[in-house]
Design a protein. Structure first.
Length: 161
């Protein structure tokens, strides 16, 4: 059994003249990341590995959520593969994960995460909002074989406020 947790980065700011990768979180994005992380923390044990896009907004979100989860950062990695907006790069990255990991959390972007959630889950999701979390479960022993999983949980900040 494999579990994939998708967390979209928190609300980011457009007020600075920086590259897309350097856009920071707004205060709302910081607050929402804490909210989702705190809410999910009671279920977060057994996460085997965590990965983030190198974009500032995704990386900052990952640090907030992982701290809330009390996750040991020794198995945390930043990967360019998650700086993807279509979902094809994310799907390829996930299918190449180490099979010794059963539960993996990744931090990244839309529309990639909405596409992945709809492609691999069994619940239609119009849009994974900023700081939204979607947990997918697969009846598979190998990441390379995952498909047609079930949507175990959807946590959106708006539901938790």
């Amino acid at each position: 059994m494999k579990t994939l947790i998708l967390v979209r980065h928190g609300k980011s700011s457009w007020e600075y003249e920086v590259s897309d990768k350097d856009r920071p979180l707004k205060q709302r994005g910081i607050n929402d990341a804490h909210l989702v992380g705190r809410h999910y923390s009671s279920q977060a044990e057994d996460i085997d590995a965590a990965f983030s896009s190198p974009a500032c907004r995704a990386l900052h979100t990952s640090m907030i959520v992982l701290r809330e989860l009390k996750y040991d950062l020794s198995d945390f990695r930043v990967t360019e593969d998650l700086y993807d907006f279509s979902g094809s790069g994310v799907a390829e990255f996930v299918r190449e994960l180490d099979d010794r990991w059963q539960k993996v959390i990744i931090f990244g972007h839309n529309y990639a995460f909405t596409n992945i959630a709809n492609q691999w889950g069994d619940q239609a999701i119009d849009n994974v909002p900023t700081a939204g979390l979607v947990e997918l479960v697969f009846n598979s022993d190998r990441w390379a074989d995952i498909q047609n999983g079930s949507t175990k949980q959807v946590l959106f900040p708006k539901q938790l406020r």
